[in-house]
Design a protein around this ligand. Structure first.
Ligand code: SF4
Ligand code: SF4
Ligand code: SF4
Length: 289
């Protein structure tokens, strides 16, 4: 289990603890005000304005010896910030990390969230200037949407029944989107997203700059070669560079260090040859989040 599970999971994974979805939790952490400030200023938050880091270009300051490491440490401390509540800065997305989840866990999350509203993706709006209604907003975030019309899809913000929401994330998963769950802020859970590299600002910050805006998932993928037929269907599913399909062996290989546990390779395999195993059961990566 990751650090958030120990702190906020009540013995489970943090995103399966129903307490983290309650209105009382939202109020205890000031989620309404926090979310409004963060989403209102989304284009200007830490991503583009702070320390020369841009989702559009390289963060050259990270390459400065010693200083670069100190800056990285400092920025990473934002994501894990929990207290003081009033001092948590939404414009730096303090206390707003997310984690990759496989489809099955994403669907469990939807059983705990209410209401579920389909809204425009903030990252794609910022990075590509496009409106893509692929984010599912819960509770305090869903309440904020009417105040910020740019997050309302063209045909209106759509409230989804649990079954509709489950179908929706499955469709996103089939299309190659990575399911991610988000604190808004810790420990309140505000959203389930459908991300893609490089549009997703958090995925880009993590992959390209090693910033912990997005945590690796609770699982890693493992191939059962006795079931694999070498069909190659999984070959293009990994956005994290963890799965390589070798032509000479006619088999996929998964680097557990690089695997984020999104499960996209597993859900596409027609033979059920890819299993998602608990990260903590794999000694080499059990502390890799
Ligand atoms: S985290 Fe993913 S889905 Fe959510 S706003 Fe960013 S790119 Fe969009
Ligand atoms: S190897 Fe599979 S589970 Fe791991 S990150 Fe790649 S697609 Fe996701
Ligand atoms: S999709 Fe499944 S059967 Fe096909 S190559 Fe990948 S692991 Fe093997």
């Amino acid at each position: 289990m990751c650090e958030w599970c120990y702190k906020h999971g009540a013995g489970k994974k943090w995103y399966l603890n129903s307490k983290n979805y309650l209105e009382e939790t939202a109020e205890a952490v000031g989620a309404h005000e926090y979310i409004y400030e963060l989403w209102k200023h989304f284009e200007k938050v830490y991503l583009q304005k702070i320390f020369g880091i841009s989702t559009r270009g390289p963060g050259y300051k990270f390459s400065i010896p010693v200083v670069g490491r100190a800056i990285k440490w400092y920025i990473n401390s934002w994501f894990t910030k929990e207290k003081p509540l009033k001092g948590r800065n939404p414009r730096r997305a303090e206390g707003h990390p997310g984690q990759v989840v496989p489809l099955e866990d994403a669907q469990h999350i939807l059983e705990l969230a209410d209401p579920i509203l389909k809204v425009n993706c903030a990252c794609r709006h910022m990075t590509r200037g496009i409106e893509d209604p692929c984010c599912l907003a819960f509770g305090a975030l869903a309440e904020m949407v009417p105040k910020l019309p740019r997050y309302i899809p063209e045909h209106g913000a759509e409230r989804l029944h649990i079954d509709e929401a489950k179908d929706f994330v499955e469709k996103m998963n089939r299309g190659g989107r990575v399911n991610t769950v988000w604190f808004g802020p810790v420990p309140y859970i505000a959203a389930l997203c459908s991300c893609e590299y490089p549009e997703c600002a958090a995925t880009r910050l993590r992959i390209d700059y090693g910033l912990n805006a997005l945590y690796k998932g609770e699982y890693v993928a493992k191939v059962d070669f006795s079931k694999c037929t070498g069909c190659g269907t999984c070959a293009s599913r990994c956005q994290f560079g963890a799965l390589t399909f070798t032509d000479s062996m006619n088999r996929p290989f998964i680097d557990a260090w690089k695997c984020y546990g999104c499960g996209l390779c597993a859900t596409t395999c027609p033979e059920g040859a890819i299993e998602m195993v608990d990260r903590t059961a794999v000694p080499a990566v059990k502390d890799e989040w």
